[in-house]
Write a protein of this length. Structure first.
Lengths: 332, 326
């Protein structure tokens, strides 16, 4: 019998790594300052003592080589987990991830598998400026052969990371840094959260708000504000961006007739654009108003707080978007 | 057939395969391109002769020689580069992406230097699994100036990974001579910067290559870390079957033709090992016959069905079975 307990998202991810490394000796972790220090955000804390330096590797600052080494280890049957200290460093590993991890199986005619996980901390919202604050999941969604995951709660983080490690495909797993310290219930027992299944975080009847990662919390806050006006918002957390659970989104839109999609990434070719397009493909008839996208501005991330707030979507932006989705109907 | 004759056969198979592949390209039976390994046969054959069945290799866009030397089936290789269903990759990869894990071939990589870190990771993975296998990473002189190779050499060094980096210095990157790409004479000298040995070897001398490779492989297997072997050679044929212009000086080409590794090894076998001329001809003829049979097999193999283009993007997974892929 496990007691109900709360963990932070860092603790939940750490527990997932402990459990999976215990379960499978082929799982190992590579990254910068992840061994002795336990990672800048403590996600790999305690792993070195438990599993030793062959499986918990403090690598040189060579992100591309870390990712490439992960691909090689995966090809021979290991399950490497590579930690990018800051998710922006994906630009340094793109060739290894997109040209190698995502394609090796296909190019081989299905003769190999590449079970690797690339984790990275999305660090916007705390004044880390333009090279440490990007939200770049769309780059990976656009590339064939990858799975892309962005959790919003400690429960999902633990279950999805465990599922990602066990999956035989290369997974890009992006964690919002501001969520690391957020607490939530996490069972002690072994569980996974299925890849490719969205989660309705709050039921509602008037409008569907689709988001993921930190955007889910924006959506839930907006929903609380709007409930005072008598507006009932259904909040759908995608959790996995590729594969995309469009069925859950469409089912919600068929119920509410209105769609707002929020992302902390820049708007063009974003998940918000993709979800809107897919809903138009599959349920245009259900829409009672044009869908609305909420996204970051198309600028490098500025440093000063008022500037960063102006670029990143805020709760009031989500509220305004929902008003817009509802208002169009009232006008009609 | 003794070990030395097997080396000669393997070199002749590579030569015959490449010559035939270039012909098939001209006949429009091969798409895209073919990067022939002609003139460099001693490097792959000498290196792979130092490997056991548990050892792995990574390869390059100029990879047919590595595949043949590692023991891949000529028939399945030829079917692949002609784009047929029976090919190693069912026609998905083509000339530049042949992969055969059952033969220890991790895959050919058409991104120059792209597989260097993959080799390091595979080597570390083998060790985690309790295997004493070694990984050989083949790359060219052009690759030696890529950033990932530097990162991979350094990471391999700090992990003491059982990996051997084999630089095939064929002197030219399409039309740019190696001397225009680096200010050092020997790429092997860069090994000092990583804290492991660098060795220069005559890449047209198959026995010298085998000896140097055996030492590097033994060192890696013993847990002493990587070695950088630089095999000096030359590609006799153009960069690729699709590259018709060749800026290399004709007299330089002639000089290297005279150092042909196959003819040189044949002479050695005749003069120092008493192999009869008739036996040498027999080995050459058998290699050509093997390649002809591979071509026949490949041409008889079915073309892939268009629907197969959508297969194997992902490995089997619950979410895939459930049809959740968007």
């Amino acid at each position: 019998m496990s007691e109900e307990r709360d963990l932070t998202m860092s603790e939940a991810l750490n527990e997932a790594l402990h459990e999976e490394m215990e379960r499978d000796p082929g799982v190992f972790v590579v990254g910068e300052d992840i061994a002795g220090l336990g990672g800048l955000f403590q996600v790999t804390s305690g792993l070195l003592d438990r599993f030793g330096p062959q499986r918990v590797i403090d690598a040189p600052i060579s992100e591309a080589a870390q990712a490439g080494a992960g691909v090689g280890a995966a090809l021979v049957g290991c399950r490497p987990v590579i930690e990018l200290q800051i998710a922006d460093f994906v630009s340094l590993v793109m060739d290894q991830v997109v040209n190698h991890a995502g394609k090796w199986r296909y190019m081989s005619g299905g003769r190999v598998t590449v079970p690797f996980v690339l984790r990275g901390a999305v660090s916007s919202g705390i004044g880390m400026a333009a090279q440490h604050s990007q939200t770049l999941e769309s780059w990976f969604v656009h590339a064939p052969g990858l799975v892309v995951i962005m959790p919003s709660t400690p429960y999902d983080a633990k279950g999805l990371l465990k599922a990602a490690i066990r999956d035989d495909n290369p997974v890009v797993f992006l964690e919002k840094r501001l969520l690391y310290s957020r607490r939530g219930p996490v069972p002690e027992e072994d569980y996974t959260v299925p890849i490719g299944v969205a989660d309705v975080k709050q039921e509602g009847g008037d409008v569907t708000l689709v988001s993921y990662a930190a955007g889910v919390h924006l959506g839930l806050q907006a929903a609380r504000q709007l409930s005072r006006e008598g507006v009932s918002v259904e909040v759908v957390d995608l959790r996995t961006l590729k594969p995309l659970d469009i069925e859950t989104v469409v089912a919600s839109v068929r119920k509410t007739g209105r769609l707002v999609v929020a992302t902390e990434a820049a708007r063009a070719l974003s998940m918000a654009s993709e979800v809107v397009a897919r809903v138009c493909d599959e349920a245009f008839d259900a829409l009672e108003a044009p869908p609305v996208r909420v996204a970051a501005k198309d600028t490098p991330m500025p440093y000063a707080a008022p500037l960063e707030r102006a670029v990143l979507p805020q709760v009031e932006d989500v509220v305004a978007a929902i008003h817009q989705a509802l208002g169009r109907v009232e006008v009609g | 057939m003794d070990d030395l004759e097997k080396l000669l056969l393997s070199m002749w198979q590579i030569r015959a395969f490449e010559v035939r592949a270039m012909e098939l390209f001209e006949e429009n039976l091969i798409r895209g391109s073919v990067h022939p390994y002609v003139g460099m046969e001693a490097i792959a054959v000498g290196t792979c002769a130092a490997l056991g069945p548990a050892d792995l290799i990574t390869s390059t866009h100029r990879g047919h020689g590595h595949c043949i030397a590692k023991g891949l089936e000529l028939k399945l290789m030829m079917a692949e580069i002609i784009g047929r269903e029976d090919g190693y990759c069912r026609g998905r990869g083509g000339s530049m992406h042949i992969t055969a894990m059952d033969k220890g071939m991790l895959g050919a990589d058409a991104i120059v230097a792209g597989s260097s870190a993959i080799a390091v990771g595979a080597a570390h993975g083998l060790r985690l699994q309790g295997s004493d296998g070694v990984v050989v990473c083949f790359f060219g002189d052009g690759a030696s100036n890529q950033g990932i190779l530097h990162e991979a050499c350094n990471l391999g060094a700090v992990l003491s990974a059982p990996v051997v980096f084999v630089c095939e210095n064929n002197q030219w990157a399409i039309s740019t001579p190696a001397a225009a790409s680096t200010r050092i004479e020997n790429i092997a000298d860069r090994a000092a910067g990583y804290g492991f040995p660098g060795v220069v070897v005559d890449g047209n001398d198959v026995l010298a290559v085998r000896e140097v490779a055996a030492e590097a492989v033994a060192r890696a297997r013993a847990g002493e870390g990587p070695t950088l072997v630089e095999a000096k050679s030359y590609r006799i044929t153009p960069h690729s079957a699709a590259t018709k212009t060749d800026l290399r000086p004709p007299e330089e080409l002639d000089a290297w033709r005279a150092k042909d590794p196959i003819l040189r090894f044949s002479r050695l076998l005749a003069e120092e090992h008493g192999v009869e001329p008739g036996r040498l001809e027999e080995i050459e003829a058998r290699a050509k016959q093997d390649v002809e049979e591979a071509v026949e097999f490949a041409l008889a193999s079915p073309r892939p069905e268009p629907e197969a283009a959508l297969e194997d993007v992902y490995a089997p997974a619950d979410w895939l079975t459930a049809g959740r892929l968007a």
